[in-house]
Ligand binder design. Structure first.
Ligand SMILES: [Ca+2]
Length: 325
């Protein structure tokens, strides 16, 4: 009996909570609409963008349950860059060779890095996410943990709709509002997306020319150096001591000759390249894990995504594209 009463009370409180959330969400949406109008968005656009908006519980669940990075880098690379992905990357690079060359020439970003980012972000366009962008962003703003950030993304999303780059129905992305084949969040779209085929739309959802150019434009705007690579795996005799030199801060960057003096070698044991360039030593898993020397371009990859695992995985895939397997 007691059990039944408790169950009943729980049901009542859950449904009351749901109703409360619905009411609060509706009020929140209505306030956001007002704010959008005050910002100068036209009423028909605001009505359409916010039409049939529902609380996307899944987006909140996903936001709260982001896996902590307890994977090792070895495991991460194996998961993120499996052999089938390498093979596809090589095939895609060949398929789009002429377009990629054009983009490379325009932005000074090597093709293999464009293809590697494309593969890493969306499996070459196949996995783009199916959350309605506006619905996901409004939900996450309402959820409140990063309200200012998601509101900023929401208004950027409205600007994208206003500029007519994408149909309302096609305006989808990840639970966090990362959109299209490049997985740009709306502010990145406004800063870096490109209409490379000049049809009037920056279409990162379905147009390869716009997708490749947008990736390249992002990297180039963030300081990419097309004459250099990203870095390489190295060895160092005293890995424990190496930790004193490891890190991405500017002060820890050293010329390759200095790293050579410190005993750093290519992973196969041979000397470092005799090039006048500064590099950072990174040890994403500490002294027992892989060690890399990385150049400025790696810092650019870290602007795309702040995870060093991510940066290494893009570099690793790009190397395998270059190698052809
Ligand atoms: Ca276009």
């Amino acid at each position: 009996m007691l059990k039944r009463v408790v169950m009943l009370l729980m049901c009542v409180s859950i449904s009351t909570f749901a109703q409360q959330t619905d009411a609060e969400f509706a009020e929140y949406v209505s306030n956001l609409k007002q704010e959008a109008l005050q910002k100068g968005f036209q009423a028909p656009l605001v009505e359409r963008a916010f039409a049939n908006l529902t609380y996307k519980k899944k987006a909140v669940t996903a936001d709260r349950n982001q896996p902590e990075t307890k994977l090792t880098l070895d495991r991460y690379l194996a998961t993120r860059v499996p052999d089938w992905k390498v093979q596809q990357a090589v095939e895609k690079a060949a398929e789009y060779e002429s377009l990629l060359s054009q983009v490379e020439k325009t932005y000074g970003v090597q093709k293999r890095f464009i293809v590697a980012l494309w593969g890493n972000e969306s499996n070459f366009g196949r996995i783009q996410g199916s959350f309605p962008v506006v619905g996901a962003l409004v939900t996450l703003a309402f959820d409140g943990r990063r309200e200012a950030f998601f509101k900023q993304q929401l208004f950027a999303a409205l600007t994208i709709l206003e500029q007519g780059h994408v149909d309302f129905e096609q305006f989808t992305g990840s639970w966090a509002g990362a959109m299209g084949q490049t997985q740009f969040i709306p502010t990145s779209f406004l800063n870096y997306a490109v209409d490379f085929d000049q049809d009037g739309k920056k279409d990162i959802w379905s147009n390869p020319a716009d997708v490749f150019a947008s990736i390249a434009n992002y990297l180039s705007s963030e300081g990419w150096q097309g004459d250099f690579t990203w870095g390489r795996q190295v060895s160092m005799p005293d890995a424990l001591a190496a930790q004193n030199y490891a890190g991405l801060s500017k002060e820890l960057m050293q010329p390759l000759s200095r790293w050579q003096d410190l005993g750093v070698r290519r992973y196969d044991g041979s000397d470092l390249p005799d090039v006048d360039i500064k590099a950072s030593l990174i040890m994403p898993d500490g002294e027992k894990g892989r060690i890399y020397l990385v150049y400025n371009n790696f810092h650019t990859l870290m602007r795309w995504n702040r995870s060093s695992y991510f940066g290494v995985s893009v570099g690793y895939l790009s190397d395998r594209i270059k190698r052809g397997y």
